[in-house]
Design a protein around this ligand. Sequence first.
Ligand SMILES: O=C(CCC(O)(O)[C@H](Cc1ccccc1)NC(=O)c1ccccc1)N[C@@H](Cc1c[nH]c2ccccc12)C(=O)O
Ligand SMILES: [Zn+2]
Length: 511
Amino acid sequence: MFRMISDIGTDAMKDEAKLARMNTLQSDIEGIYAKATVSFSDGQTLALEPGLTQLMASSRNYTKLQEAWIGWRDNTGKLMRDKYADFVTLSNEGVSSLGYHDTGEYWRSWYESPTFEPDLQKLLEELKPLYSNLHTYVREKLMDLYGRDKFPTSGQIPAHLLGNMWAQQWNNIYDLVIPYPDKTSVDVTPELKNQSYTPLRMFRTAEEFFKSLGLLPMPDRFWNKSIIVKPTDRKMVCHASAEDFYNQKDFRIKMCTDINMEDLVTIHHEMGHIQYFMQYKDQPVPFRDGANPGFHEAVGDTLALSVATPKHLQTIGLLNSVENDEGSDINYLLSMALEKIAFLPFGYLIDQWRWSVFSGETPKDKFNDKWWELRCKYQGVSPPVERTSTDFDPGAKYHIPSNTPYIRYFVSFVVQFQFHKALCEAAGQTGPLHKCDIYRSKEAGTKLGDMLRLGSSKPWPYAMEALTGQPNMSAKALMDYFAPLTAWLEKQNAGKQVGWQDACSNQRHAP
Ligand SMILES: O=C(CCC(O)(O)[C@H](Cc1ccccc1)NC(=O)c1ccccc1)N[C@@H](Cc1c[nH]c2ccccc12)C(=O)O
Ligand SMILES: [Zn+2]
C-alpha cells in the first residue's frame, strides 16, 4: 500500500516550472487532437466521430479513403511532433526522482514482473501464425477489389483499406471478406437501427447482461450523470472513457454513442470498467485499481465475447435465425478474428514505439521512421503514400496525445479469452469456446465478482489464479477459441504467399 501511495508518476517532478511546462505541453497536444477535423476537396469537413470513423468504415473508394487518412494525420500528429519531443524529456525527468530510468520503465512497473517484456514477445510469437493467415486471406480479397497495383511487392496491406483510421481492427470490412455470403451474417447493425435502438437502450441492454450474472446494476447517479451522446453545445473529446470519482457512489461513462454493433461492444467495455470500480469500492483507496491495467480493460470485453455470439444475439432478439453449420461457424469466427486477432500486433507495437522513445533509443528525427518500421514489420501494413520525418503518425492515435498507455489492451486481448474460458466452465458450458454464452449464470458472475473485489490488493498472478486456476498469461485459450478458423484459413491460403517482408517496399505489384 505504501508503494502504491508513493507511486505518483510524473507529479514527482521537483521543479515547479518544469511541471507546469510539462502539463501545458500535454494539454496543448490533447487540444490539437480534440479540435482536429478534415476538410475534403469536395468541401465537406468531418470530425473523427462520427464522420471520419464512418467514412473509414464504409467507403470503398481508394482515393477518398486516402484523402481522409492523410488529412487526419496532417491535422493531428504533424502538428504535435516538436511539442511531444519536449513532453517526453520532461516526463522522463518527472519519474526519475522516483528512481525510474524513464517513463516507459515506470509504466511497465505496474505489471510487477521482471519478465514482462519477454513474456509479451513470446505471446506475440505464438499468435503470429494465426495473424499471418488472417492477414494473407484479407490481403488477397482486398487485392481483388482494389487491384494488385495498389499493393507493395513486400506484402503489406495499405493501412487505409482496412475499415479503420489506424487499421487496428478490421471488422468494418467483414462484408468484403465474408467466407460464406449466403450463410448467417452476424452484423446486427442494421437490426439495431431497424428496432430503433437508442444509445440509452444499448446501455440498458449491456447493464441487463451484467445483472443477469448477479453483478451490480449501474446506480441512479450513473444514469443521471453519464454523457452517452455527443453534446451539441460544446466540443468534447469523444473517445470513450469511464470515470471513478473515488467516493464509493459516483461512477460515470463519457461516450459519443453511434447505433452500431461496434459501439454496443464498446459500451460493454466501458461498463466493465464501471463494474470493476463498484466491486472494489470498499477497498482502501490505494487498492481501488485493476489487478493490472490489462485486467481493467478485459472485464467488459470478456462479457462481450458471450454477447456477440449468434445464440445470444438471437436470445435478445437481434438475430432471427441461427444456422448451426460449418459455414455460419466460420463466418462468425472470421468476424471475431477481424476484431480480436487483427488487433494483436497493433496493441503490441504502440508501446514498443513509445518505450523506445522514452528510453532515448528513438530520437525526434526518427519518431516516424521507427513507427513505420514497427507497422510494416509487426502489423504488415504500409502507408498509402510516402511518409517523411516531419510527419508524426503516432500522434494520429488518441492514446499518444492523451498519454494513455496501450500495452494494457494487448494484455487484455489475451487474458479476456482465459477469463472467458474460466467463466464458461463455471457456467457449466461445454462445447466449443466460441459458442459459449454465460448469460444468466450466477456461478460465473460470482467467480468474476470475487476476483474483481480484490482490486489491486493482491499481485495480478494471484487474481489470475483465483479466476482461472493458474497464475500466468497464456495464449492457449485464444488459440483454442479460434482453432476451427485456423484450420480453415490454412486451407484457404494453401498455395498463396503467406506473410510479408519486415520492411515495406515502395515498389508496387504490376496491375
Ligand atoms: O481506448 C479504448 C477504450 C477507452 C478506454 O475505456 O480504454 C479508456 C481510455 C482512457 C484512459 C484514460 C483516460 C481517458 C480514456 N479507459 C478508461 O476509461 C479507463 C478507466 C478506468 C481505468 C482504466 C481505464 N480502446 C482502445 C482499444 C480497443 C479498440 N477496440 C476495442 C474494442 C473493445 C475493447 C477495446 C478496444 C482503442 O480504442 O484503441
Ligand atoms: Zn478501457
